[in-house]
Write a protein that binds this ligand. Structure first.
Ligand code: F1P
Length: 321
């Protein structure tokens, strides 16, 4: 399985591929569409067919369309698409096309669309992996999400109010790394704040040098690796960082803001609930900085490339197979 997309939908692909492999046992990877288009030999498996899942809110991003067309031209396997625009070019390309019109939004920045397409990818993994119970629990996300936004939304303004924070590190491991990337992108796009996503333990391997009282470290805790992840957070706090910790029921720690999801949902589903909270954090910071969170500087909602011709690189050897 290859999941692909650009920007937000690439990060969605990273998270979706992680859960997909965990739920189904089928090897899955998340790849930026541009890389799949320009360097296919790094991702197509010799003599093996793949299922390509192309994800795009607009269904019109050039790199994603080109990656799909090149994959099909080489006969590498079937294509499934996930998007929010029924009449988009991408929605015509897949053997199966999942379209979620209710995920459409006016903002340049992806929020609702991301959650909607992410849920669709999780549903796909649950069905593919025969995880009936997980699939049946998906509607429970509705009331859990609403309750959480109602309870936590107002607090987001307080977390975001710390404007002396000038950089944010989002820590997430396993499939949560893709969500940490997305949260970091929201912080950049909406609030023009320097931010960086990291796998939890990677903080120790260099970035730690930059952690100080002007840093906010946001941890997306897992169930399985929680002791190791909490140890990293304690180290960051000892360096003076402010901490915001999200998890099902994180241990209270001095000086940290902890946010308990108390969802009683399995981990893959629960991961959806991180999204509105992280989006709110970026939104509130943008509002406090008097920025328009819907219209980031220098950004268009769809990236359409001029015709640059085919990639100049030699074709992958597997392409003639
Ligand atoms: C992908 C994307 C967005 C980003 C910006 C530019 O769009 O990179 O993630 O926020 O709006 O486009 P899409 O292929 O998902 O429509």
């Amino acid at each position: 399985m290859i999941f692909t997309g650009c920007g937000s939908t690439y990060y969605l692909s990273l998270a979706a591929a992680g859960w997909f492999q965990a739920l189904t046992g089928t090897p899955a990877q998340g790849v930026p569409s541009s890389e799949l288009w320009l360097f296919p030999e790094l991702y197509y498996r010799e003599k093996e067919r793949s299922l390509l899942v192309a994800v795009s809110r607009s269904g019109a991003t050039s790199e994603t369309l080109r990656a799909v067309s090149a994959f099909q031209a080489r006969g590498r396997g079937e294509v499934l698409t996930i998007q929010c625009q029924p009449d988009s070019p991408l929605a015509q390309l897949g053997r199966v096309n999942l379209v979620i019109p209710s995920g459409r939004e006016n903002s340049v920045v992806q929020t609702r669309s991301f959650s909607s397409m992410y849920i669709a990818a999780l549903a796909l993994g649950a069905r593919w992996g025969g995880q009936r119970e997980l699939f049946d629990q998906m509607p429970r996300l509705l009331d859990r999400g609403e309750r959480l936004i109602g309870e936590v939304g107002p607090r987001a303004r307080r977390w975001a109010a710390e404007l002396e924070v000038d950089r944010v590190y989002f820590l997430g491991s396993g499939p949560r790394y893709g969500l940490a990337c997305e949260a970091s992108l929201k912080m950049k796009e909406m609030s023009l704040t320097h931010s960086e996503p990291l796998h939890f333990l990677e903080l120790r391997h260099g970035p730690k040098s930059m952690v100080d009282p002007r840093s906010l470290v946001v941890g997306l805790l897992s169930d399985g690796a929680r002791p190791s992840e909490e140890a990293v957070l304690r180290e960051a706090a000892a360096l003076g960082a402010r901490l915001l910790v999200l998890g099902e029921d994180p241990s209270p720690s001095a000086g940290a803001i902890t946010l308990s999801l108390r969802s009683d949902l399995p981990e893959p589903l629960r991961s959806v609930l991180y999204l509105p909270l992280l989006q709110l954090l970026a939104y509130e910071r943008a509002m406090l900085k008097e920025l328009d969170p819907d219209r980031p500087t220098n950004l268009e909602s769809v990236v359409v490339l001029e015709d640059e011709g085919p990639p100049a690189r030699p074709r992958a050897r597997s392409s003639s197979a």
